[in-house]
Every structure is written in structure tokens, then in C-alpha cells.
Design a binder for this molecule. Structure first.
Ligand code: ZN
Length: 243
């Protein structure tokens, strides 16, 4: 079975469109979206609908919950706050209801997915260190957990003795028998690893191969829409830097 896993679209319709086109060429059996459909970008209504229609599984992220008023945006930086308040104003009742229906976790056989971390998925923790990784591996039983949230792709591997290895900016990996994994699939709509291209992951359960794919998209067009909507300049600029 082939899986395409994508996360953190953040109202970036151009990035989503280019990624969905590329995914069509991959011919996956299942399409899994790990949350943060909205926030930051200019097309909240434009992305929620195709995500709901195209993906077999759609999860909620902290920005989706913030748009619904379920997460206190005091903890967001001022730019993110401004973008969420704007998103709340423009989101249609239909798309609001779609976001409301998103769940926090997905499991399927040996696989799990959640937006932030397997530990307390509704608390939106970040996972950067080995000690956090250790705690998180104890919070699920599947072989493999896909996450997003940091917008930075990352492969974490736990060997049978419990030692954890980090493969930062990993682009491809073949899963080993008896090992377990947490894989951050990066971000479609606002990458922060220095590569501005949209990012998603492909996983083949037959060959046990995981691959990160990067897709160029029309950044200038998104920036133009963001300026037109009066979204914060910092958010407009960071798309080109991929930071
Ligand atoms: Zn995000």
C-alpha cells in the first residue's frame, strides 16, 4: 500500500495545488493530511474544500483549532494571531463545520498520525530533542508515527535497545525490522527548513521506503494575494526564504 502524507498547508492554495498534482503522479492508495489547513495564508476557503474532498484522512492542527476559537491565540506570535483573526472573518460556515469535524489522531495497522506529538496531541507540543523523542515513543505502540507542526522535516529512529537516532533533513529512509519511527513530513504551505519548496512524504508499506518530496510552486502569486488581503509582511516574506 502506498501512502502520501501531507501537513501544514496553511491556506496556501498554490502550494497545495502543485503538491496534489505531484501526488497524482505518485498514485498513492491513501492520502493522509496531518492538520493546519488554515492560518498564515490567503486562501482558507480555497484549501479546506479540496483537502476534505481529496484526502482519505484529515486531522486537525493548532491553527485549525484557533480558527474555531478552541485554542487560545495568546500563545501565537502576533503575525499568526493577526492571520487567525482574519481567517475567522472570512471562513465560510461550511468550511468552519469541516474544520470542526477534524479529529486529532489516525491509526491504521502499524501506522499512526497526529499533527503535533503522539504525547498529548491536543497540547500542541514541539518535538526537537532526543529526550522528548524518548517520551513520545512511549506514548504509542505502532511502528511508525507521522507528525507535522514544526514545518521542519525530520526522521527519528528508535532501535530495539531503545536508542534514538535523528536524521535531520532526511530525504529517504528504508524502515528496519524491529525499529520504530517518528517522521515529521514537513510543510506544504510554509516550509521552515531553508528550502521554500512545498514538502510532503511518500511511504510504501511493501518496500518500507519513506521518501520526502519537494515541489516548487508559484510563491509570488501567493505573496500577491497575501498583500492584497493585508496579511502581515513578515508572513509574506518568509515564504521565499523557507524559514
Ligand atoms: Zn503549522
Amino acid at each position: 500500500m502506498k501512502y502520501a502524507i501531507l501537513s501544514d498547508v496553511h491556506s496556501n492554495l498554490e502550494a497545495l495545488g502543485s503538491v496534489l498534482q505531484e501526488i497524482e503522479r505518485d498514485c498513492p492508495d491513501r492520502k493522509i493530511f496531518l492538520g493546519d489547513a488554515v492560518g498564515y495564508g490567503p486562501d482558507p476557503n480555497g484549501v479546506v474544500e479540496p483537502l476534505a474532498a481529496y484526502c482519505d484522512v484529515c486531522l486537525a492542527g493548532n491553527h485549525d483549532w484557533a480558527a474555531l476559537g478552541w485554542t487560545d491565540i495568546q500563545y501565537f506570535n502576533p503575525y499568526a494571531q493577526e492571520a487567525i483573526l482574519w481567517t475567522q472573518k472570512v471562513l465560510t460556515p461550511t468550511n468552519w463545520a469541516r474544520l470542526k469535524g477534524l479529529r486529532l489522531e489516525w491509526t491504521e495497522g502499524d501506522l499512526r498520525g497526529t499533527h503535533a506529538t503522539p504525547k498529548e496531541p491536543d497540547q500542541w507540543h514541539y518535538l526537537f530533542t532526543l529526550s522528548e523523542a524518548g517520551r513520545n515513543f512511549r506514548c504509542f505502540t505502532e511502528k511508525l508515527c507521522f507528525i507535522g507542526h514544526s514545518h521542519v522535516p525530520l526522521f527519528l529512529e528508535r532501535d530495539p535497545s531503545g536508542t534514538i537516532h535523528i536524521y535531520p533533513k532526511g530525504e529517504a529512509l528504508t524502515l528496519r525490522e524491529g525499529y520504530r519511527y517518528i517522521i515529521n513530513v514537513g510543510s506544504v504551505g510554509q516550509p521552515r527548513d531553508g528550502d521554500p519548496r512545498a514538502c510532503y512524504a511518500l511511504y510504501d508499506s511493501e518496500t518500507q521506503a519513506i521518501q520526502l518530496k519537494r515541489v516548487a510552486y508559484d510563491i509570488a502569486r501567493v505573496q500577491e494575494k497575501m498583500r492584497r488581503e493585508g496579511l502581515p509582511g513578515y508572513l509574506v516574506e518568509r515564504l521565499v526564504r523557507g524559514r
